[in-house]
Design a binder for this molecule. Structure first.
Ligand SMILES: Nc1ncnc2c1ncn2[C@@H]1O[C@H](COP(=O)(O)OP(=O)(O)OP(=O)(O)O)[C@@H](O)[C@H]1O
Ligand SMILES: [Mg+2]
Length: 369
């Protein structure tokens, strides 16, 4: 089936099911997010996020990549109910089967910390500068009617688990008395002592030097392995995500451009934006990188067109219509051990990009005249 046939078939099925894309969700998913739209304009402009979907199973690590302004953080905030009230959210966010899109803040509060935690780049967002770290950990980690020594044991164990050796000193310190890497570990320890099942990590290592960054990533990997924690890791750095994640979501201007098992995507991208991000990574052999993204993300976008059209060297006339996010043709999903259909791409020319043949044209002959 050609990309054009897939695109028109998908549009028809969206009309029939009321506009919600349904694919097979994992039966044991913690998060099952479908066709999420987030609008800050009150309907007077394009939404910030369109058609965001994600399935997150226990013990799974999903990376989210994209340039600054791809709307990664806003997407993450929607998963913990921390969007400002001005945001109008449509679509579906199911957490353990509970629909959360229109849920009252009380329902979100019952999930925050106990089920879902978030780690930001700046730990100042999570730690109170005028309260000692130990007190903050004890307050956050205490469960109903729990004895103080029980929560203290759990907090000590969590701090040790994230690799903080002098636990007593850390407990007695104010946040400014600890290094950035130590504060980030404290925030992660807070999440595990609260019993969180899902950790949303928004650029958690961007402000850290390379060695500390590696240590924090090692801690996160260990927690996933030991506790079955699920992790959504947001990063500009595809290299970091490649080291840690099993699945990848590539975002551009609030839309998912490519999604699926990370190995296959990085070995052979099928969206020009993913290919451009990869080409802009520094090379270990010191050879010059191509300059694939000469303009900024704020370059103009024609409403209704592919969001990447203005910067895309693969662009054709049909890119004036935004393509759907579709499975890469089953015959091509063998790369990276992806099951057929598990790799989704938003591009009219996904097959050409995947084949690496910029001159090829997958347009059916009758449309080429
Ligand atoms: N409260 C808000 N009101 C209006 N628009 C907003 C709001 N929050 C975010 N946005 C929109 O989302 C865009 C940025 O989103 P976001 O911060 O999620 O991007 P990002 O991909 O996380 O960027 P970075 O990599 O720089 O952190 C803004 O350019 C703006 O258009
Ligand atoms: Mg951000």
């Amino acid at each position: 089936m050609s990309i054009d046939e897939q695109q028109s078939g998908r549009r028809a099925s969206r009309r029939q099911d009321g506009g919600t894309l349904r694919s097979e969700a994992d039966a044991d998913s913690l998060f099952d997010v479908r066709d999420l739209t987030i609008d800050f304009t009150g309907g007077h402009g394009p939404p910030a996020v369109r058609g965001f979907s994600l399935s997150l199973s226990p013990g799974r690590i999903v990376g989210v990549a994209g340039e600054s302004g791809s709307v990664k953080s806003v997407s993450a905030l929607s998963l913990i109910g921390l969007l400002p009230r001005t945001a109008k959210v449509e679509g579906s966010i199911r957490y353990r089967g509970q629909e959360m899109v229109a849920a009252p803040d009380r329902q979100w509060r019952s999930l925050r910390g106990r089920e879902i935690a978030i780690v930001f780049q700046e730990t100042t967002s999570a730690l109170n500068p005028v309260v000692k770290v130990g007190r903050q950990l004890l307050l956050a980690g205490r469960r109903d009617n729990e004895k103080k020594y029980a929560v203290l044991d759990r907090v000590h164990a969590a701090l040790a688990e994230v690799g903080l050796t002098d636990v007593e000193r850390v407990m007695r310190s104010y946040p400014h008395e600890l290094s950035g890497g130590m504060c980030q570990r404290v925030v992660i320890a807070m999440a595990i002592s609260c019993g969180s099942k899902v950790l949303l990590a928004d650029e958690p290592t961007t402000a850290l030097d390379v060695r500390v960054q590696q240590e924090v990533l090692t801690v996160l990997r260990r927690l996933v392995a030991n506790h079955g924690l699920s992790l959504v890791l947001i990063s500009h750095d595809l290299g970091v995500l490649a080291d840690v994640c099993q699945d990848l979501i590539v975002m551009y201007r609030g839309e998912i451009m490519e999604q699926g098992p990370i190995g296959g995507i990085l070995r052979r991208p099928a969206n020009p934006y993913t290919a451009a991000l990869l080409a802009s990574l520094p090379r270990l052999d010191g050879s010059a990188t191509t300059v694939p993204l000469p303009e900024s993300i704020s370059s103009t976008r024609t409403e209704g067109a592919c969001p990447f059209q203005a910067r895309c060297s693969w662009s054709q006339d049909r890119c004036g219509t935004d393509p759907e996010l579709l499975p890469l043709a089953a015959s091509r999903t063998d790369v990276g051990n992806a099951a057929p259909g598990s790799r989704l791409v938003r591009c009219w020319r996904a097959s050409d990009v995947y084949a690496g043949d910029q001159r090829a044209d997958s347009m059916p002959p009758e449309e080429q005249q």
